[in-house]
Design a protein around this ligand. Structure first.
Ligand SMILES: NC(=O)c1ccc[n+]([C@@H]2O[C@H](COP(=O)([O-])OP(=O)(O)OC[C@H]3O[C@@H](n4cnc5c(N)ncnc54)[C@H](O)[C@@H]3O)[C@@H](O)[C@H]2O)c1
Length: 383
């Protein structure tokens, strides 16, 4: 079997989630390539060396440019903060490497468009890690919608709620806290959390045409971990927006890191003329389904336990009734990517597909500052 030599950049939260996927995918899926954990890259030599040993990487680098220059790397996987995605992805594409990149694709739409142009000019396989598409219950939602079970869709409702930045003493910048530094993150909850909600929504319900948003920064100044100075906070702490989809449906989206009691409450509900579906990340192996066509006496919300062999991806795991978790969404996404390489069909979302989310985020942030409805720029089809 041919090998797929992987070079991972960034060994934090996502570096671990991806490494786990690289290791597990060939055990549970029949893949046309054997993934090889060739090199991990991070700036701190001792830490990246320890990571490489723990996760079974053959080697490590402390400069991502050196990793990209290596002849023995086929795939560059970007799992570092958002401000580095563009430069690394474009350099990797130029070097002829396949590129998988964490979300959000870029700091904004303009930067994302340059990345799409570079990756398509190089003609290299590419994918963005919007992993929630591969939670089996979410994939099932996609199947049910495509089968027309919901009929015409009227409403889409999504939330992503957290509570970890309420303390004004929390600094911004540096390890783990780069998400609060607008120069590194690009935006706050919009690019970090709503990007997930938007990607899922575009996938399930089609393009968004217009948005009207409100954003707020509750803590306006925070000490910066790297400079030691108290600096202005440039990110949106919370964002709520209205949206109109091309299919005529209306939507509300909300995200915040100030919802005391909620850790990662990503939920969505979709209401169609015949049926509704609802999903909740805290209960990710379940899909709620209501079908008005059921006989009235037994009609009600069905609580589907997505663990059976005929549910998406589940025939690859254990036996019916035994559920899987968060990390499996990354295993599924990587397996789809490698299977796509074998078949010549790219796994979604590609860079071009992920650019659509960037454009919605741009319009949301602009609306938040102008207090006006904004049109969303649409991604053109590949020529
Ligand atoms: N798909 C998801 O659900 C999901 C979840 C969390 C984060 N993310 C995305 O993943 C990316 C990384 O987030 P994270 O939570 O893993 O962050 P993290 O802070 O846990 O890890 C970031 C890693 O990047 C490394 N890094 C920073 N600068 C570097 C450089 N110049 N060269 C090499 N390595 C460098 C850091 O040392 C660290 O190992 C972000 O784009 C984020 O938005 C996606």
């Amino acid at each position: 079997m041919k090998t797929l030599n992987i070079g991972l950049i960034g060994y934090g939260f996502m570096g671990r989630a991806h490494s786990n996927a690289f290791r597990k995918a060939p055990n549970f899926f029949k893949l046309p390539y054997q993934p090889v954990l060739k090199a991990a890259c991070g700036r701190d030599e001792a830490k990246v060396a320890a990571f490489a040993t723990q996760w079974g990487y053959e080697s490590f680098e402390t400069d991502w440019r050196k990793l990209i220059a290596r002849q023995d790397i086929d795939l560059v996987d970007i799992a570092c903060p958002n401000d580095l995605h563009r430069e690394i992805a474009m350099a990797a594409a130029k070097a002829g490497k396949m590129v998988t990149c964490e979300k959000p694709l870029s700091m904004d739409g303009a930067e994302g468009l340059k990345m799409v142009a570079a990756i398509e000019k190089a003609g290299v396989p590419n994918m963005v890690w919007y992993n929630y598409r591969r939670v089996p219950a979410v994939t099932l939602a996609k199947q049910l919608i495509e089968e027309g079970r919901l009929g015409r869709i009227f409403h889409y409702r999504a939330k992503f709620l957290q509570d970890w930045t309420i303390s004004a003493d929390l600094p911004q910048g540096g390890a783990g806290l780069w998400r609060l530094d607008v120069n590194v993150a690009g935006s706050g909850v919009t690019g970090d959390l709503l990007a997930h909600c938007i990607d899922t929504a575009l996938w399930l319900n089609g393009p968004i045409q217009t948005v009207n948003a409100m954003t707020e920064t509750f803590v306006k100044q925070r000490k910066h971990s790297l400079t030691g100075k108290v600096e202005k906070v440039g990110i949106d702490d919370a964002c709520a927006f209205l949206a109109r989809f091309q299919n005529g449906s209306l939507a509300t989206f909300e995200s915040t890191r100030y919802a005391r009691g909620h850790k990662a409450l990503y939920t969505f509900e979709i209401n169609g003329e015949h049926a509704s579906i609802a999903w909740d990340l805290h209960d990710l192996h379940r899909l709620q389904y209501f079908d008005h066509r059921d006989e009235g006496r037994v009609r009600g919300w069905r609580n589907l336990h997505i663990t059976d062999g005929d549910h998406p991806y589940m025939d690859k795991w254990w036996v019916p009734g035994l559920q899987i978790g968060y990390e499996h969404s990354f295993v599924h996404q990587f397996a789809d990517f490698v299977q796509g390489l074998g078949e010549g069909t790219p796994a979604s979302p590609t860079f071009r597909e992920a650019l659509a989310t960037q454009y919605v985020c741009d319009a949301v942030l602009k609306s938040g500052s102008t207090q006006r409805w904004q049109k969303v720029k649409q991604v053109q089809d590949k020529k």
